[in-house]
Design a protein around this ligand. Structure first.
Ligand SMILES: [Zn+2]
Length: 82
């Protein structure tokens, strides 16, 4: 069984652990925060594009970054349950 990496300090930790033994970060919360951040990025991208006349390229960048963050957080959460 391959170990996973802590989202905060990036050191290897057991999949079964809830808290990182190196930095004390809650691993579940860490991934959830990544997902929330991705959601906020997407909302912010849509709002700024629609209401604040932001450059479409910038809005797309934020949107893609938000999707990427959500996918990364979901993968992290799912891998814990393997
Ligand atoms: Zn850590």
């Amino acid at each position: 069984m391959a170990p996973m990496k802590c989202p905060k300090c990036h050191r290897e930790v057991s999949k079964k652990t809830t808290f990182c033994p190196h930095c004390g970060t809650s691993l579940v919360t860490g991934y959830k925060n990544i997902i929330y951040t991705g959601g906020l990025l997407i909302v912010f991208a849509l709002i700024s594009w629609k209401y604040f006349d932001t450059d479409l390229y910038m809005a797309e960048l934020m949107f893609v970054a938000g999707i990427g963050a959500i996918v990364r957080g979901l993968i992290g959460l799912l891998k814990r349950d393997e």
